[in-house]
Design a protein around this ligand. Structure first.
Ligand code: PNS
Length: 162
């Protein structure tokens, strides 16, 4: 049985992430989405890890072979513990490449049994990111279509309240 791991901070999950998760779910028997706590990233996430996990569970509930779990360890250790042999990352425009290339190389150095597989973002989502979506929402812009509907509602609520 093949098990792939889609890791990320997902603060919050976007339609681009969900597209990669759906495409990974078609390639693997099982896909585990790993949500990193990443408290230090960019001054701390907007959403708690439980909120981020919950958003993905709800948005991916039509995918019967997808599970979602938080993690706070090295990614390769999480993959080993969960029996995943392939790390799946979405790749957008060239700006992602250097960081992703570095992470893939370091993960290979840490555990060469775990492969990294890149799935190209579709053109519609090539320029989409969690930080851009948060910025749009913080300035009162519409994020409908850029994120799953449950996330759009939560973003509107979070940015008007915080
Ligand atoms: O959504 P992101 O921020 O691009 O995801 C980055 C993530 C969570 C995949 C990365 O920060 C990660 O793997 N964190 C776990 C700690 C780790 O293993 N770091 C070494 C990777 S080189």
């Amino acid at each position: 049985m093949s098990r792939g791991l889609c890791p990320g901070t997902f603060d919050p999950v976007t339609s681009g992430h969900l597209d990669i998760i759906e495409r990974a779910a078609a390639l693997f028997d099982e896909v585990l989405v790993g949500v990193a706590l990443n408290p230090e990233k960019g001054g701390g996430p907007l959403f708690s890890v439980d909120e981020r996990v919950g958003f993905i569970r709800e948005a991916a509930r039509h995918l019967s072979n997808v599970a979602v779990k938080p993690f706070d360890t090295l990614l390769v250790d999480f993959a080993e513990k969960e029996g995943a042999t392939v790390i799946i990352k979405g790749l957008r425009a060239v700006t992602d490449f250097e960081r992703e290339f570095q992470m893939a190389a370091l993960n290979w150095r840490l555990d060469s049994k775990i492969e990294t597989l890149f799935i190209m973002a579709i053109p519609e989502y090539m320029y989409l990111s969690s930080s851009a979506v948060k910025e749009i929402a913080q300035h009162g812009g519409s994020v409908r279509g850029l994120v799953p509907d449950n996330v759009a509602v939560a973003l509107e609520r979070a940015t008007s309240a915080r």
